[in-house]
Ligand binder design. Structure first.
Ligand SMILES: [Zn+2]
Ligand SMILES: [Zn+2]
Length: 351
């Protein structure tokens, strides 16, 4: 089968042929139907220092946002049948260590990420633990079902923020995660959702298609000025940051109301200076948000089923696996919101 692999601890990825894997005990073989290109994949390609921990897992097939069909069952697999459509939680934990049994699965001593430290889904097939499979309805398009992982990150950010009916919410970063945050904030009853980017015309255009019209581009008007204007009548109840850009934090906190909540989801390359005296005097809170709990996934799947045609706007490009690296380029230059990689055979059949 075809795979896209990180072979060496250095820049670059390689398309390689590999034997189709056999599912082990408690695992299933998933025939991949669609895999999203994520910022993480771009970092792995570029070999940025925060991913050097992968070194001991190489060579490894990458790709962690995916959906497919169960093609074979390993031993001791119950509750899932061949032919079932699934999306897959990429975080593989043991379920028996102290952290797992105390409900802190993220701290599992043997935690491995599918597509990061064990083989992932830029491939025709991938073997995964059955407990990581989340069934999806037959009618849900694979390219939509493959959005489950990034949407779960957005879902968790909105939950962490505690968005409630009537809130005025600012989303910083109009990419895939920011778009999902805007959707879940609206679903939580936010009265106003403002989304801001920087030189992000294509992604802001997708937000327009998703039904958002309060959109800011800081390449066209200075950030502090634009935020002061939009917060002048009423400051934001909640700000959710999905940029990883340090410069947005100060102006975001100025646009936030007293006792407001700032949620950080961006991965910041360096420590960020914050005016803590202003935070203290305004009783503001900063919360971090990262991976969604297991329990969020069925809710995300239900949301995807209900809003399938809307979510289709987020999948801006589709490329076959043999041309996956062209898809990486589209994601890198901010043209795309979400690039989906599909098997070559499916691509040919639909052409
Ligand atoms: Zn991802
Ligand atoms: Zn564990």
């Amino acid at each position: 089968m075809k795979t896209l692999r990180k072979v060496r601890p250095d820049r670059g990825l390689e398309l390689q042929d590999a034997p189709t894997p056999m599912p082990g005990p408690g695992e299933v073989l998933v025939q991949v139907q669609a895999t999203g290109v994520c910022g993480t994949d771009l970092h792995i390609d570029k070999w940025t220092p925060s991913y050097h921990f992968m070194g001991s897992a190489l060579p490894v097939t990458i790709g962690h946002e995916f959906a497919g069909v169960v093609a074979a069952l390993g031993q001791d697999v119950h509750g899932l049948a061949v032919g079932q459509r699934v999306t897959v939680r990429p975080s593989v934990v043991c379920g028996v260590c102290a952290a797992c049994t105390e409900g802190r699965a993220d701290d599992c001593v043997t935690r491995k990420g599918i597509g990061v430290s064990r083989d992932g889904a830029f491939a025709d097939f991938v073997r995964v633990p059955v407990r990581n499979c989340v069934p999806v309805p037959q009618g849900l398009e694979p390219k939509i079902a493959a959005l489950a992982e990034p949407l779960s990150v957005s879902w968790e950010a909105v939950r962490a923020a505690g968005v409630t009916a009537g809130d005025k919410v600012l989303v910083l970063g109009p990419g895939n995660i920011g778009q999902g945050i805007a959707l879940f904030a609206r679903a939580a009853g936010a009265a106003e959702v403002v989304v801001a980017g920087h030189g992000d015309a294509p992604r802001l255009q997708i937000l327009r298609q998703l039904g958002f019209d309060q959109l800011l581009d800081f390449a066209e008007q200075p950030m502090a000025e634009a935020l002061a204007k939009v917060a002048s009548s009423r400051p934001f109840d909640v700000v959710i940051e999905a940029t990883g850009v340090a410069a947005v934090i100060g102006p975001a906190m100025q646009a936030l109301k007293p006792r407001g909540v700032l949620v950080i989801t961006g991965i910041h390359a360096a420590p960020v200076a914050i005016d803590l005296t202003a935070l203290v005097r305004k009783h503001q809170e900063i919360r971090g948000s990262y991976r969604a709990p297991e329990a969020a996934w069925p809710q995300v799947v239900a949301f995807m089923e209900e809003h399938q045609s809307l979510l289709a706007h987020m999948v801006t490009h589709t490329v076959p696996l043999s041309r996956a690296l062209e898809g990486f380029e589209l994601a890198r230059n901010k043209t795309a919101t979400k690039v989906m990689v599909v098997p070559d055979v499916i691509e040919e059949a639909s052409a």
